[in-house]
Write a protein that binds this ligand. Structure first.
Ligand code: AMP
Length: 397
């Protein structure tokens, strides 16, 4: 069985064709600059990588180019489109309407569209991607896999904000959480690696990438997560502020003359590591700048590690303990310095890492627990596409 996984953004479309027999991608790539000048498709399959520069006025043209690439005799991965058994779509927001992945029907699409105001930047792009695929492959089963779904098990006292209840009832204002497929994948992988049923484990998963979120996973279920109503909440990120006092928004408006929308953009695009350091949002650049004595780069990294450490402690408290701490995503998988700083001083919780092991990068599940450390500390490469493919395969049979 082969599943095409689609992650559509407003001007981009990433894809992987996954063979479920091996659970490996047989082709992957992405379209960039859809609807803009200079659009191109980068495609990898069959041991080859090609860049195809063609106009892509919309997502439907992009999807057609992806399908053409997949069946190409030279750099394709399949002989005909019929080999694609189903398509799995990454969809950002389920609202409170779905707590798991779902087969796409016209009614489901309508419900997804009804949650657009909860994710105004991402949801329309996701819907466009779904519609483009349905237009070209009307008979192929399609499944929506939501970024928020894994977090739907949070108890009410964890997802509610301290605002009047009517704001929740009338406007759906609550914590939703994001990166759900990643937190699900790495917590399941951790349980498998430890050879224990997930029902018996309390795991804190740290998805640390350009966007970062931390989750408390108790017995295989998410019980709390650091992102909130939007992905702006939680730890400071590449360009996002993370948690701030909400009164800062109006204060900034008054001081700078920015509109509310401009302040929100400032908090999403100009803040976090980039805004604090004045150097970059990329942790590799920050590490290099710090080594050269840049104190604001040092400050940004210290703030990130401190905020992440606080969530680890908070979630250990929320679950009444912790058996396993997982690091994943671009920073979590690659940045030993950040892992060391996050875990430093957590021996009171039983979290201790082997500093030599922590410096080694394997690209696979890597146990960096110190000898005698009570809490297993694991580096686990995430694979959100595989979660989408697995759910799509299950729901399209
Ligand atoms: P992601 O959003 O998961 O793709 O993560 C992207 C981020 O991971 C980049 O912006 C970098 O900050 C970080 N990253 C990637 N590779 C490395 C590395 N080798 N060392 C430190 N940080 C890295």
């Amino acid at each position: 069985m082969k599943i095409l996984v689609i992650n559509a953004g407003s001007s981009s479309l990433k894809y992987q064709l996954i063979d479920m027999a091996t659970e490996k991608a047989v082709a992957k790539g992405g379209c960039e600059r859809i609807g803009l000048e200079g659009s191109f498709l980068k495609h990898k399959a069959n041991g080859k990588e090609v860049i195809i520069e063609k106009p892509m006025p919309n997502h439907q043209v992009a999807v057609q180019l992806v399908l053409d690439a997949l069946v190409d005799k030279d750099y394709g991965a399949i002989s005909s489109m019929k080999e694609i058994d189903a398509v799995g779509h990454r969809v950002v927001h389920s609202g409170e309407d779905f707590n798991c992945s779902v087969r796409i029907t016209p009614e489901v699409l309508e419900t997804i569209a009804s949650n657009t105001e909860l994710a105004p930047l991402h949801q329309p792009a996701n819907i466009t991607g779904i519609n483009a695929c349905r237009a070209i492959m009307p008979d192929t089963p399609m499944v929506a896999v939501f970024d928020t779904a894994f977090h739907s098990t949070m108890p009410d006292y964890a997802y509610m904000y301290g605002v009047p209840y009517e704001a929740y009832k009338n406007y759906k204002i609550r914590r939703y959480g994001f990166h759900g497929s990643s937190h699900l994948f790495v917590s399941d992988e951790a349980a498998k690696y430890l050879g224990k049923p997930k029902e018996e484990l309390k795991i804190v998963t740290c998805h640390l990438g350009n966007g970062s979120s931390i989750s408390a996973v108790d017995g295989g279920k998410c019980v709390d997560t650091s992102m909130g109503f939007t992905p702006l909440a939680g730890v400071p990120m590449g360009t996002r502020s993370g948690d701030i006092d909400p009164a800062i928004v109006e204060f900034l408006e008054t001081k700078t003359g920015m509109t509310t929308a401009e302040v929100i953009n400032y908090l999403n695009k100009k803040s976090g590591m980039a805004g604090i350091s004045g150097v970059s949002s990329d942790f590799r650049d920050l590490a290099a700048a710090m080594e050269q004595g840049n104190d604001r780069a040092r400050l940004a990294l210290d703030m990130f590690a401190y905020a992440t450490k606080k969530y680890v402690g908070a979630y250990a408290a929320a679950m009444g303990g912790i058996d396993c701490l997982v690091f994943t995503a671009g920073i979590g998988e690659n940045d030993g310095y950040i892992r060391e700083k996050v875990t430093d001083g957590l021996s009171f919780l039983g979290v201790e890492i082997d500093k030599a092991e922590n410096k080694i990068r394997t690209g696979e599940i890597h146990d960096i627990t110190a000898k005698g450390g009570r809490v297993k500390v694991l580096v686990i490469p995430t694979n959100e596409e595989l979660v989408i493919a697995r759910d799509t395969a299950r729901l399209s049979k």
